[in-house]
Design a protein around this ligand. Structure first.
Ligand SMILES: Cc1cc2nc3c(=O)[nH]c(=O)nc-3n(C[C@H](O)[C@H](O)[C@H](O)COP(=O)(O)O)c2cc1C
Length: 164
């Protein structure tokens, strides 16, 4: 099965995580600034990642190119989302961009996978939590960088089953 990790990243944090996820999944890693709907349509499953800017906004390249998800028509495809953010500075909008990606992928017909229990964070009141669960993998690379590798490894193991 072919999987692509598509990311948007302003200062390189999400790009680095995306490369690690892609390597662990045996997936292609692509910057959203450089993909078309046709490119995305060629993959069986997608992992979408964005940092969050402003107060809960998508990263700029995703904002400019969010239309590629709808254009790709994701019916029948599985999609998981991850993000990087700052849970102490932005508890109310922590990794909110993940919810934007999820909404756009779901609207394009995708089946969303990769949700998991809320663990390792206190006081998160953002859209990344739904029904007591994380909608994907939120990473606080600002305040908890030492936990990123283990969080990614555990999530990728789950995705290997859920994306199949
Ligand atoms: C002006 C500004 C606004 C930000 N807003 C948010 C936010 O609303 N939620 C959040 O979780 N992180 C927020 N962050 C933190 C970034 O998302 C975080 O640094 C991220 O890892 C950057 O990733 P990138 O280098 O891949 O773009 C903000 C950072 C800055 C400087």
């Amino acid at each position: 099965m072919s999987i692509a990790v598509i990311y948007g990243s302003t200062t390189g944090m999400t790009a680095e995580v995306a490369a690690n996820i892609a390597s662990a999944l045996g997936a292609e890693c692509l910057n959203v600034a450089e993909v078309s709907a046709d490119t995305l349509a060629g993959f069986d499953a997608l992992v979408l990642g964005s940092s969050t800017w402003g107060a809960g906004d998508l990263q700029d390249d995703w904002e400019a190119n969010i239309g590629v998800l709808e254009g790709a028509s994701l019916a029948g495809k599985k999609v998981a989302v991850f993000g990087t953010g700052d849970s102490l500075g932005f508890a109310d909008t922590f990794c909110d961009a993940m919810a934007r990606l999820r909404d756009a992928a779901a609207a394009a017909g995708a089946t969303i996978v990769g949700a998991g229990p809320v663990e390792g964070y206190d006081g998160i009141a953002s859209r990344v939590v739904e029904n007591g669960r994380f909608i994907g993998l939120p990473l606080d690379v600002t305040n908890q960088p030492e936990l990123t590798d283990s969080r990614v490894a555990a999530w990728v193991e789950k995705l290997k089953t859920e994306l199949a």
